[in-house]
Design a protein around this ligand. Structure first.
Ligand code: PLP
Length: 449
């Protein structure tokens, strides 16, 4: 990359003057001006290059600027940039076919949205209309999006400010042995007790009032917590017993992230509705959607579905999805995530955990890993308090700064860093990133009690 600091200064100045950023106190942020990106890397206008260990916001599953996908977008733009949703359009039909072929069970109908949050909105609307019931159960330690209903079902602090009009949303605790709410000491106990807690929650809320249970198959932003064996099957059974729909949110976990097309496949569970976005086309053009079971589709066979979007199934976004899915097949990208996750990332992170007292737990699968950073391994006290800001968050800010200094762009949330590089990352890139992480963890070690 050629440095060009003057352009960088102008880009930054216009950003600071006019761009209003997500989830931020506008005057307390300092966005990096990014000049370009290729594969697993991006760079700034000063010529500093970063290995993107965050895949943007965990969505560039094929890395940046994949030439086949860029070419497909260019071809689609030349042929038909846009077309209204009521028409049958080649790119849209083909994207739906390719997605439906990969989703589990009979999730064969695809409703396209612009991203993940609106996919969640529509999935929950479908569930309420299909069952005729008002409530939705969702987990603490989850993220489902920033729109009203999606942020209401979210189980992290981002929902607090929007917790108005939350009628019909009830939160429960999903399993997470490392910080068990159930005094469990084994995965088996955690699983059994979490299921018992959910069963009791359903009984006390009234099964006939519950339309859906929504879960991230593997919770992502909240901490990458693969559920214990049997948990999702147990939730499926509770849903079946009570006529409740199971919605699995695979906006982050889907499309190769876990080393399989959909994480539901890891647990042999078929939901009634599955939400996706991000990896469907690596976010090259905004796209999300809901994969719908035969039974739910039947509800809207002769009765109109009351929902839609101007850009539902946008041809440019769908052409990007078609090219992305084909590239992932041709280049074995899903298999790469599984293989290098098991042979390089998992062992590499466990080796780091042995050397660094700040690492409390390593967990994950594929290219979907979390390190839980702690002040004390015995008590598991987090390196920073829950939802810390400012001075209280200084140890994690120091960790992130050290990671960038060492050449990786880290994903950081509360007291965790997530290792979520593109699914087509190479072994050499991973080793380079793990070495940078090693240096940053040494800084975090300085904050261990
Ligand atoms: N669901 C999950 C599991 C997510 O991780 C996200 C975003 O991170 C969303 C929904 C919301 O997606 P979007 O930001 O595209 O609206």
């Amino acid at each position: 990359p050629q440095p060009n600091p003057e352009v960088g200064t102008a880009v930054k100045a216009a950003d600071r003057a006019h761009v209003f950023h997500s989830w931020s106190a506008q005057e307390l942020i300092d966005p990096l001006a990014v000049a370009g990106a290729q594969g697993s890397y991006f760079w700034d206008y000063d010529g500093r290059r970063y290995l993107d260990f965050a895949s943007g916001l965990v969505y560039t599953n094929i890395g940046y600027q994949h030439p086949a996908v860029v070419a497909a977008i260019q071809e689609q733009a030349a042929r038909m940039t846009t077309f209204a949703p009521a028409f049958a359009v080649e790119a849209r039909s083909e994207a739906a076919r390719l997605i439906a072929e990969r989703t589990p069970g009979d999730l064969d109908r695809i409703f396209f949205t612009n991203g993940g949050a609106d996919a969640v909105e529509h999935a929950l609307r479908m569930a309420r209309l299909h069952t005729g019931r008002p409530k939705v159960l969702s987990a603490y330690r989850s993220y489902h999006g920033g729109t009203q209903q999606a942020v209401n079902v979210t189980g992290d602090p981002r929902r607090w400010a929007s917790d108005t009009g939350t009628a019909g949303v009830v939160h429960f605790w999903a399993p997470f042995l490392y910080r068990s709410r159930f005094y469990a000491e084994t995965e088996e106990q955690e699983c059994a007790r979490a299921l018992e807690h959910l069963e009791t929650t359903i009984a006390f809320e009234g099964p006939s009032t519950i339309a859906a249970i929504i879960l991230e198959t593997i919770p992502g932003t909240a901490g990458i917590m693969p559920p214990p064996a049997g948990y999702l099957a147990g939730v499926r059974e509770l849903c079946d017993r009570h006529g409740i729909l199971l919605v699995l949110d695979e906006v982050m976990a889907g499309f190769g992230r876990t080393g399989t097309w959909f994480a539901a496949g890891l647990y042999d569970v078929v939901p009634d509705l599955l939400t996706f976005a991000k990896g469907v086309n690596s976010g090259y053009v905004p796209l999300g959607g809901v994969a719908i079971s035969g039974a739910v589709a039947e509800t809207f066979a002769r009765r109109p579905y009351p929902g839609g979007l101007t850009y539902s199934g946008h041809p440019l976004a769908c052409a990007a999805a078609v090219a992305t899915i084909n590239v992932m097949e041709e280049e074995g990208i899903v298999g790469n995530a599984a293989a290098l996750g098991a042979s390089v990332v998992g062992p590499g992170l466990r080796a780091l955990a042995e050397r660094h007292p700040c690492v409390g737990e390593v967990r994950g699968v594929g290219m979907f890993w979390a390190l839980e950073l702690v002040r004390d391994r015995e008590t598991r006290e987090p390196l920073v308090p829950y939802n810390a800001t400012g001075e209280a968050n200084a140890p994690m800010a120091a960790f992130a700064a050290a990671a960038k200094e060492a050449g990786i762009w880290p994903f950081v949330n509360m007291n965790r860093t997530h290792v979520v590089p593109p699914c087509n990352v190479s072994e050499a890139e991973l080793k380079e990133g793990l070495a940078a992480l090693d240096a940053a963890l040494t800084v975090a070690d300085g904050h261990v009690a």
